[in-house]
Ligand binder design. Structure first.
Ligand code: PGA
Length: 313
């Protein structure tokens, strides 16, 4: 049986996360020699090196990598246990780690707001990133819950659909296609387009539709931000496809027009997902219930259909 204290595992996890003894010492408010001693003792009881130094860079060995995964598992289970204890005492206390795709940032903070009002002792960490990076985070088990459209099919997941995420074509108001009441999808052939970056789920959904319909557009610009895409469309750089939720904050007459193109909106849905087998904390479960309930209050596409012009603030 390996003799290791929780403190040693904590020190090890901090060094591994920072890739540095000095920064681990700073984070833990202990001296660097203390960090070295703890790691030496841990290495001795495991019987294999945990780190190797190449030049100035500190790398985890295979044993170190395995130990890091084990530590993350232990610490996350301990944190879940603390939350369960607080729950048994009638309190909701602990951390909620959420990661959402960029398009979900338009409604998740509001839902988080009402959740935090209900549970003021819950600390929140919210990561906003694109589909590909979010799936990576999930495979690395970095967060409690994930919100995205198009859950990966080759991963064993628990996925709960909760809200429509229609993808619509947006153009500047003076674009020739805005004069047509109904635009055939073939009219997009050769159009100057602004695309999201590779790895974006929005981009993947758009590309799948265009490929299926054998339409090729002229991609002038790739941007990793929905807000930058809105500004670029308004500035006349091209047309694009965005989640209707990205347009909701500016739902008044103005700088952007939603085109009624055949086959659009692309009917995506958001899902709250986590890896099958992951034990959700009481706080993550409470948030999931809150999300499922509150998201029913979000009106979206009916509103856009009544008014197709969107003004940027
Ligand atoms: P993304 O979001 O384009 O920011 O990757 C796509 C999604 O809704 O999953």
């Amino acid at each position: 049986m390996i003799q290791a204290t929780l403190h040693q595992l904590h020190v090890f996890e901090t060094v591994a996360r920072h890739g540095s003894f000095t920064r681990a010492a700073e984070e833990l408010s202990i001296t660097q020699p203390t960090v070295s001693t703890q790691i030496k003792q841990l290495t001795k009881s495991i019987g294999l090196p945990l780190f190797e130094q190449i030049g100035k860079q500190l790398y985890l060995t295979e044993a170190g990598q395995e130990l890091l995964t084990t530590c993350q598992d232990i610490f996350s289970k301990l944190a879940n246990f603390e939350m369960t204890v607080a729950d048994l005492q009638g309190k909701k206390r602990g951390q909620l780690r959420l990661a959402v795709v960029t398009t979900a940032k338009y409604f998740v903070p509001r839902i988080l707001g009402s959740f935090c009002q209900q549970y003021p002792d819950v600390d929140i960490s919210l990561q906003v990133t694109n589909h590909q990076k979010l799936v990576r985070r999930m495979l690395d088990n970095q967060d409690d819950l994930y919100i995205l459209s198009q859950p990966p099919e080759d991963v064993d997941l628990v996925a709960q659909p909760f809200l429509d995420n229609p993808l619509v074509v947006v153009a500047p108001p003076n674009h020739p296609l805005t004069r047509r009441k109904r635009v055939p999808i073939s009219a997009l052939q050769g159009e100057t387009f602004i695309m999201r970056e590779p790895g974006s789920g929005t981009r993947r959904a758009v590309q799948q539709l265009l490929d299926r319909e054998k339409i090729s557009v002229n991609v002038r610009l790739e941007l990793g931000s929905n807000e930058a895409i809105k500004q670029s469309v308004a500035g006349g750089l091209g047309i694009s496809v965005l989640s209707a939720h990205c347009l909701l904050p500016e739902l008044t007459v103005g700088d952007l027009t939603v085109l009624e193109v055949d086959r659009f909106p692309i009917a995506c849905r958001w899902y709250a997902i986590h890896l099958h087998g992951k034990q959700l904390s009481v706080i993550a479960r409470s948030f999931l219930d809150h999300l499922l309930l509150e998201s029913q209050q979000i009106p979206i596409f009916e509103k856009l259909e009544k008014k197709h012009a969107v003004q940027l603030t």
